[in-house]
Ligand binder design. Structure first.
Ligand code: NAG
Ligand code: NAG
Ligand code: NAG
Ligand code: NAG
Ligand code: NAG
Ligand code: NAG
Ligand code: NAG
Ligand code: NAG
Ligand code: NAG
Ligand code: NAG
Length: 630
């Protein structure tokens, strides 16, 4: 005998039938609960006062008032009544051991229609009979509930209720209940602001679907609320609940004020920016807006006013207005739009004549102006190097080094995109100035000539005059000019001691420098030079002078004479050679130089002696030693 679990864990047993004289006692469970489709056993236990072999078991079911037999069993036969809904669907097992017996009615697959009261009747022919009953309860969990919000805005209203959402739960048994929640609070039907309408559908299968509509008196705060429905339903030995998804609703309410704000750019506005102003009402949806500027309506895209490439014309006060179509109440807000700018920079000299000339040794002050709506910073630079800050730049005691291009750059620290610059060329005018290095370029022993240089600076560019104590020593002059400098080289023939002066001059003054060149009597053709250089504002001391460009005629004459002499010399040499009076070698060279005319005092003294030359140079160099590249 195998008792089912639900028999082992027996709940309350009820003696349903008792007769003082009876000898049969039946006990059954009050109720048995089962899911649809599951198997169920309904036990019927009985006790006989004495052993009996003649026991009849009958099972009945009660439906709509009538009790109908569904099973009959005795020692010989066991019959399931053929014309009931249980035919072919139930099994009855029976056991009797001594005086205790059990009959179990099993339904392998319970249907909703099986939710009935089952009676078990035990009759022992000599002991009488007894009957018990059990109520079979069948359950089916409904599907997960679905929720459908009302789309579109729901206006706030103090009058009627507005539908918020519909909750649907399908195919449950028995009837599932729907409870509505706003946030975590259940909405009570008793609340006058809440109205719930429910519809029930009973399907042919017996399953029940429930639909519930929630209606509320909507207030503005509901815009942030989450609504959902909860379904509760019975299950065997318990109660279960499932919740739907959360939904929110769109609440429509009127604005009570509007705000106009600059949305873009975030910081300060400058000319050329694209500016976006946005107007917002605190209601939902946004009301229509009107933008005005300087008393005139301007076109906007709904709540947004886009000002492209703003200029000073866009600077000013903007207004945004909205009209409540229900109350005809008008709301407005305004804001100031400041369009910042930096005007082009302008640099000029602070003086009456505005000239850009700085006189040597004098002062000059520059000012840089660039008007802006915001504080600015000015930085001065020259040749890429920063030399000052502030709108003014003072140059004191002008020097030629101060000449050049001065750039002033103006920036707006609070709006780094704004920057302007201007520049000015400053010329330094003044008397000439001798510039180092002053040097003897080179000497030419053979030609007995020396090149002397003179490098002067000044503005306007100085002219250079060379003067010679002995005008015949002048050979040639060459000059290189730059914007502010002049570089002059004179070639001097060292035929005798000669004082050479370089005089640099312009409209502002004169400066001169003297060289004294000695032609030695000693056995060396090397011409050395010493120079003393004096700065003098006055005129040169030398009585004779030669214009810079006066030398070329002399040079040409000298060259022609030399060529002629060389030709004569060539023929003489050729003649001597042919007559065998000359041999190749050192002596020949001596002869060669010997016949050179115009250099008589030097002839025959061409034997160059290096050591002698050095000594000589050292000895002759005067107060100022000049570099001597050989
Ligand atoms: C229960 O009854 C059904 C139909 O009456 C039958 O097919 C099945 O074999 C029975 N099962 C048992 C365990 O008696
Ligand atoms: C459904 O509501 C009714 C009435 O309030 C109540 O009697 C029943 O127990 C509820 N059922 C469930 C499953 O909550
Ligand atoms: C309301 O729900 C919609 C989708 O149903 C969602 O897009 C929106 O963000 C929600 N609003 C709030 C305020 O939660
Ligand atoms: C402003 O808008 C125009 C057109 O959309 C665009 O070409 C321009 O680059 C924008 N200017 C700025 C400063 O963003
Ligand atoms: C912006 O406005 C200025 C002045 O009206 C104009 O010169 C410039 O071309 C404009 N720029 C654009 C991108 O429209
Ligand atoms: C720009 O507008 C502001 C605010 O309206 C005003 O204070 C300022 O003077 C205006 N600037 C110019 C240059 O018009
Ligand atoms: C100006 O410069 C010259 C030459 O550099 C210098 O001798 C003189 O003292 C300076 N004068 C002043 C006032 O600085
Ligand atoms: C002197 O300068 C001239 C012209 O530049 C040049 O031809 C000549 O060779 C130089 N003389 C010496 C001695 O360097
Ligand atoms: C060169 O000048 C010095 C001093 O000024 C003078 O003593 C000398 O005699 C002069 N030489 C010639 C050749 O003029
Ligand atoms: C320079 O030479 C020119 C022409 O030879 C002469 O007219 C002028 O006065 C000289 N200038 C000076 C400062 O010596």
């Amino acid at each position: 005998m195998t008792l089912r679990k639900n028999l082992v864990v027996l709940a309350v047993f009820h003696i349903l039938s008792w007769q003082a004289w009876a000898k049969v006692e039946v006990s059954m469970e009050d109720r048995v609960e089962v899911y649809q489709g599951d198997m169920v056993d309904i036990p019927c236990m009985y006790t006989l006062s004495q052993k009996s072999n003649d026991v009849v078991v009958q099972w009945f079911v009660k439906h709509t008032g009538n009790k109908k037999q569904i099973f009959y069993g005795d020692d010989h036969t066991e019959t399931v009544e053929p014309d009931t809904s249980f035919h072919g669907r139930i099994n009855v097992t029976h056991h009797l051991v001594g005086k205790k017996g059990t009959s179990i009615l099993s339904i392998p697959e319970v249907q909703l229609s099986d939710e009935r009261t089952f009676y078990c009747s035990i009759k022992a022919s000599d002991l009488g009979s007894a009957e018990g009953h059990t109520r079979l309860l069948v359950f089916k969990s409904p599907e997960v509930p679905s929720i459908e919000p009302v789309y579109g805005g729901i206006p706030v209203s103090n009058l009627g209720h507005s539908k918020i959402a519909t909750c649907k739960v399908n195919n449950g048994y028995p009837h599932p209940n729907i409870t509505w929640y706003r946030d975590r609070t259940p909405l009570q039907q008793e609340d006058e602001n809440v109205k719930v309408m429910e519809r029930e559908t009973i399907h042919p299968s017996g399953l029940i679907s429930v639909e519930s509509d929630l209606h509320l008196r909507v207030i503005k705060e509901y815009k942030d609320s989450k609504f959902y429905c909860e379904v509760s339903y019975f299950v065997p030995a318990g109660l279960k609940m499932t919740e739907s998804d959360r939904i929110n609703i769109t609440v429509h309410y009127a604005s009570t004020k509007v705000t106009l704000e600059k949305e873009y750019p975030k910081g300060l506005v400058k000319e050329g920016d694209n500016v976006t102003l946005r107007c917002r009402g605190d209601g939902n949806p946004q009301p229509p807006f009107t933008f005005t500027f300087k008393g005139e309506d301007i076109e906007a895209e709904l709540d947004m006013l886009i000002l492209a490439n703003v200029t000073q014309l866009n600077n000013g006060t903007y207004q945004c207005k909205s009209l409540d179509v229900d109350t005809y109440e008008e709301f407005e807000d305004s804001m100031e739009l400041v369009v910042n700018f930096l005007q082009p920079a302008e640099v000029r000299r602070i003086s009456d004549d505005h000239s850009s000339v700085l006189l040597l040794g004098e002062d000059l002050e520059l000012i840089c102006t660039a008007f802006s709506t915001l504080p600015t910073r000015t930085v001065w630079s020259k040749d890429g190097k920063q030399i000052g800050e502030g709108d003014k730049l003072l140059m004191e005691n002008g020097t030629y080094e101060m000449a050049g291009t001065y750039v002033c750059k103006v920036t707006v620290p609070s709006l780094p995109e704004l920057q302007e610059q201007d520049s000015i060329q400053i010329d330094v005018h003044g008397s000439p100035d001798m510039v180092q290095p002053v040097m003897v370029i080179s000497e030419d022993n053979a030609e007995r000539s020396v090149n002397l240089s003179c490098y002067a600076r000044g503005f306007p560019v100085p002219f250079i005059n060379w003067t010679f104590s002995n005008p015949e020593s002048f050979q040639a002059v060459s000059e290189t000019l730059t914007e502010t400098n002049v570089y002059s080289v004179v070639t001097v023939k060292a035929i005798s001691d000669v004082n050479v002066s370089c005089i640099a001059f312009n409209s502002y003054g004169t400066i001169s420098m003297s060289y004294s060149v000695s032609a030695t009597q000693i056995t060396t053709p090397v011409t050395t030079s010493t120079s003393t250089w004096t700065k003098a504002a006055g005129s040169p001391s030398s009585p004779k002078q030669k214009g810079k460009r006066g030398g070329s005629g002399v040079i040409i004459a000298v060259i022609i004479i030399c060529i002629l002499l060389l030709a004569v010399l060539g023929s003489v040499l050729y003649f001597l050679y042919k007559t065998g009076k000359i041999s190749c070698g050192r002596s020949g060279k001596q002869d060669l130089t010997k016949v050179k005319p115009g250099k008589d005092d030097m002839v025959g003294e061409m034997k160059t002696d290096k050591s002698e030359e050095t000594v000589l140079l050292q000895g002759i160099n005067g107060d100022k030693k000049l570099s001597n590249d050989q």
